[in-house]
Design a binder for this molecule. Structure first.
Ligand code: XMP
Length: 498
């Protein structure tokens, strides 16, 4: 729906008709789900929802629940349809307008609608399903048995757009520009003339969140960038120079590399390293925040708000929590002292990652930041297997920069979710470089393709590209005499090595 430029939100099926009405929607979609309407405890459809006078589209289970609610018949036929399925459109109507009579769509269901509710027109059928789509233009109620929202339904997006634009008459006027205008208004209303701080990590979410707040309240915002010395080549400079030039944000950088390296000295265990980096990060941010609070106090002011780059998937996964929280719940910043309580400003709470990137571009942020691959909070600290030292970080940064440059030059950025480059500092192997024997470290390439990092597969990077990367690293990075490729999917391997 958002791809059709219509703003949408996800609510649980337990929401009441009154709660829905209170949000004043222009359309409702009932999603699919794994249940059978005959199962005990199956998600029930609150009948009031169909009487709100708001156009409704039911998908798969939502379609069946609608059929049952409206007096149609849902049958346990024992005939499952799963996967790409031939569908015959018998009568297009507004919902299936422009969709060929014979086409395929993605199905995944056991029960079927055997009879449409009275007053409904049957629009399509399949081998196993006499009623694969129905409509009542009069009541503005529609349903399809297949899944229009998946890539495997070639005309799926057309169904969604037909429902939104034709059946429900909703204009497609939601876009990056309208989001920026709306968020700027909201942020101004929330913050008023108070002061606000934001922790920048160098990643896209905090960068875009801070840029929006800057657009809304200008110098009331101060950003804190904790440079832990574990970022990749040029990333700290990109934040301090390119990002600041693009946004005009007031930035305080804390150069904490020594502090982190001292704390990490002698530590090889991955969990220990993660804990130390997390702890030092909190302490460093806490010190910087406290200094800013004192500065504000001296000027007779206070800092009331903290910006956080929470995205919509986090909100949905955590059950849609409320908009204010003690800073302790911040997963990147962690527990600040009790007396440092801030109200949260979360301008990306309703957005997905690709939308955040689009907004970042619209706000004029540097492409290197907007297009950045996911990078873990503990940074290169968990990409050195062994103790983290300044020399090893420099070596890894050089190798990583070569990999990134070559993958980008080969046009592989869209295909690769991320490519950790790992230094096996505890491993040495014999090599021959120049005319002499070397005893150096291996570098591991871990290119992965993924939708959401929960699962991943190793990316089949062309051999020529791998050869170039290997040649360049072994020639240009002293101390490395071997480049190896990780060909493990996730599971069983995680994406990062530590
Ligand atoms: P794994 O290694 O668990 O990684 O397969 C999944 C995704 O999460 C990233 N990652 C992290 N991100 N803090 C973060 O912000 C962390 O401590 C952390 N550890 C892993 C990883 O880069 C991958 O995208």
């Amino acid at each position: 729906m958002r791809e059709a430029n219509v703003y949408s939100e996800i609510v649980p099926h337990t929401v009441t008709a009154e709660q829905i009405a209170a949000r004043n929607p222009v359309g409702i979609v009932l999603s699919g789900g794994p249940s059978s309407v005959y199962e005990e405890g199956a998600p029930a459809l609150n009948p009031g929802i169909l009487d709100l006078g708001v156009p409704v589209l039911g998908i798969c289970y939502g379609f069946q629940a609608m059929a049952q609610q409206l007096g149609g018949e849902v049958a346990h036929t024992g005939r499952r349809e799963y996967g790409s399925t031939a569908v015959t459109v018998t009568s297009g109507g507004s919902l299936l307008d422009g969709i060929p009579a014979d086409q395929t769509a993605w199905m995944s269901h056991g029960d079927s609608v055997a009879r449409a509710p009275e007053g409904f027109e049957v629009l399509a059928s399949s081998d196993a399903t006499p009623v694969a789509a129905f409509a009542s233009d009069e009541r503005k109620l529609y349903g399809v048995q297949w899944h229009p929202e998946v890539k495997h339904s070639p005309y799926g997006q057309r169904v969604i757009e037909n429902f939104l634009h034709r059946a429900a008459g909703i204009p497609g006027d939601w876009n990056s520009g309208s989001v920026i205008a709306e968020q700027v208004e909201r942020i101004r209303a929330q913050i008023g003339d108070a002061r606000v701080i934001c922790g920048l990590s160098g990643g896209v979410d905090s960068a875009v969140a801070a840029a929006l707040v800057q657009r809304a309240v200008g110098d009331q915002l101060t950003c804190v960038f904790v440079d832990h010395g574990l970022l990749r080549k040029d990333e700290a400079r990109q934040v301090q120079e390119d990002y600041v030039a693009a946004t005009g944000v007031r930035l305080v950088t804390v150069d904490a590399a020594d502090r982190f390296l001292d704390a990490l000295a002698g530590v090889s265990d991955p969990e220990q390293k993660r804990k130390i980096i997390g702890r030092e990060f909190i302490r460093t941010f806490e010190d910087a925040a406290e200094a800013l609070v004192l500065e504000a106090k001296a000027e007779g002011d206070s800092i009331r708000f903290l910006v956080q780059g929470t995205l919509y998937p986090d909100v949905v996964e955590s059950g849609g929590g409320t908009g204010t929280a003690n800073i302790k719940s911040h997963h990147n910043v962690g527990g600040l002292p009790e007396d440092l309580k801030f109200e949260l400003v979360e301008p990306l709470r309703t957005l997905f990652k690709d939308e955040v990137r689009a907004i970042g571009r619209e706000l004029g942020l540097p492409e290197v930041i907007v297009a950045r691959q996911p990078f873990p909070g503990p940074g290169l600290g968990i990409r050195i297997v062994g103790e983290v030292t300044r020399e090893r970080l420099d070596l890894l940064r050089d190798a990583d920069a070569i990999v990134r440059a070559e993958l980008t030059a080969a046009g592989l950025d869209a295909e690769i979710w991320q490519c950790p480059v790992v230094l096996l500092a505890d491993v040495r192997s014999v090599g021959v470089q120049g005319d002499g024997r070397t005893y150096g470290h291996p570098i591991v390439l871990r290119p992965v393709s993924s939708e959401d990092a929960m699962t991943a597969d190793w990316t089949r990077v062309p051999y020529e590209v791998l050869a170039r990367v290997s040649n360049r690293i072994t020639n240009e990075v002293a101390g490395v005499n071997r480049v190896v490729l990780d060909v493990t999917s996730k599971p069983p391997g995680t994406i990062e090595w530590e």
